[in-house]
Write a protein that binds this ligand. Structure first.
Ligand code: AMP
Length: 473
């Protein structure tokens, strides 16, 4: 097993990683760090949660010389949230080396950021718009910038920033090293990479099924104002032995706890505003099985490991896919099966998509008594397998992830047509077609999955060449 020391990192960086508690590199880090340290450009196909920030951030920190007070590295992000998150991560990786990381993003006073830049940040992390602005004011100068990262390039594309990204790349030294990270590789991103990256090494991590296989995962589309009523319905129907209901904030936790109590449920709330004694009391009551329902915030529920939890309800959509995985990992422990139900408001579709992409499968719409049948992941067979017509719509089912979505002009009908015409499946054998922004899901009978993959892979629909993989067991 590779360690960070095996990757040839310097002492200050190794110490910083120790400080932050990383024990060993994640797969994307193991693949991306060595070529980046050698000076190669890279294309990293990885999602949030894979450890991609450290994959580009660690070599970046190795590269930067703290003695030189100029912008030596630039990380571009599509959003302010990601900008802040990346900045915080980079600050920890560079802390032992004395590297200053400056965050520049819109919606905050530009003067403060200009002052920080004047003070000499070694590394700048910025949103595309604000970086353009600072470049035009000559507050940000890139002539010493020899390391550029595009983080979540496909998001930049979706948000319409690609032209500005090109301008920024064009105004940085051509001798720079460039790392492009993107969860998906739509054609404009490939074109960008071809133009601005030099002989890049491609590294890719296939998201493992991070969630416990024994958890059946559902979603409920619900208006914010109907959530409490819906929760009562879900709990009444599901009859959990024990359930944890996750909410985002302490206040909501308290309110929801009271509301359920008022409805006559045996429920306790666990959040950070309780005294240690109160928290211990709630924990004991829940662990001892005296209380079946616990409403909790993520922080308060940290470390809760209770084998009798049968249900997790995400009353509020988790803040990130990682949090989702973490939350639902509380159920389905050691050989038991669990069920997870996630409430999604209409404005939270993007969060849902990020979760589905991260776990590599679509959540099933919840209905009373609905079950998700587990199906074996099928190996990809050779291309010369003969197509045969399948008329049965019987399970078990395998979910396939298809590399194109609405942004590529793909419609559900196109996908159904591609699967039926290329692989000879009839309509009964094609289920759960969901076309999302940049990728799609479709379920087919598990025993046909391999054949469908090889038949549809590389097929062109609406100008997009499809890549297909089986994602769900
Ligand atoms: P990212 O995909 O960069 O957003 O990282 C996801 C999460 O994993 C963050 O909370 C990181 O701090 C954490 N992380 C990244 N690399 C490692 C590692 N090698 N070991 C443990 N945690 C990590």
């Amino acid at each position: 097993m590779t360690s960070f020391a095996d990757l040839g990192l310097s002492a200050p960086i190794l110490r910083a990683l120790e400080d932050v508690g990383y024990e060993q590199p994640s797969p994307i880090q193991e693949q991306a760090i060595p070529p980046l340290l050698k000076g190669h450009d890279i294309i990293g196909q990885a999602q949030t949660g894979s450890g991609k920030t450290a994959a580009f951030g660690i070599p970046l920190m190795e590269y930067v010389d703290p003695e030189i007070r100029e912008t030596q590295a630039l990380v571009l992000t599509p959003t302010r949230e990601l900008c802040i998150q990346v900045t915080q991560a980079l600050r920890t990786y560079g802390a032992r080396k004395g590297i200053d990381v400056v965050a520049v993003f819109g919606g905050a006073p530009i003067r403060t950021q200009q002052a920080q830049l004047r003070a000499g940040g070694h590394v700048v992390v910025g949103t595309v718009g604000r970086v353009m602005d600072l470049l035009s004011r000559a507050s940000l100068v890139l002539h010493s910038c020899r390391y550029v990262v595009l983080d979540e390039a496909d998001e930049m594309l979706d948000l319409g920033f690609i032209e500005d990204v090109e301008k920024i790349l064009a105004s940085s030294p051509s001798s720079r090293q460039t790392a492009l990270f993107s969860a998906t590789m739509p054609p404009p991103i490939r074109a960008l990479a071809e133009r601005y990256l030099y002989d890049p090494v491609t590294v890719k991590v296939v998201t493992q099924t991070l969630t416990v296989d024994t958890v059946e995962q559902f979603r409920v589309e619900v208006a914010a104002s109907d959530k409490a009523v819906k929760l009562a319905e879900v709990l009444a129907q599901e009859r959990p032995t024990q359930a944890i209901v996750f909410v985002r904030t302490k206040i909501r936790c308290d309110q929801l706890g009271r509301l359920l109590k008022d409805k006559g449920m045996n429920v306790r709330a666990l959040h950070g505003d309780l005294s240690q004694g109160q928290r211990d009391g709630v924990m004991l009551a829940f662990k001892g099985g005296r209380v079946p329902i616990l409403v909790a915030t993520d922080v308060a529920a940290r470390g809760l490991d209770i084998s009798t939890v049968t249900h997790v309800v995400n009353f509020d959509v988790p803040a990130s896919p990682d949090v989702y995985v973490h939350r639902i990992g509380r159920t389905g422990r050691v050989g038991r099966s669990g069920r997870a139900v996630t409430f999604v408001e209409s404005r939270q579709q993007r969060e849902l998509e990020a979760i589905e992409q991260h776990i590599g499968m679509a959540l099933t719409p919840w209905a009373p008594g609905v079950r998700v049948e587990p199906a074996p992941v099928t190996e990809r067979p050779r291309r010369h397998d003969k197509p045969k017509i399948t008329r049965t719509g019987e399970g078990p089912w395998t979910t396939l992830l298809v590399s194109a979505g609405r942004a590529d002009g793909l419609e559900p009908a196109d996908l159904v047509h591609a699967v039926s015409s290329q692989a000879g499946l009839d309509g009964e054998a094609i289920r759960d077609v969901r076309v999302l922004e940049r990728f799609s899901f479709v379920s087919v009978p598990a025993r046909e999955a391999g054949r469908v993959i090889s038949a549809v892979e590389g097929h062109e629909v609406a100008g997009a060449r499809l890549a297909v993989e089986a994602v769900q067991a």
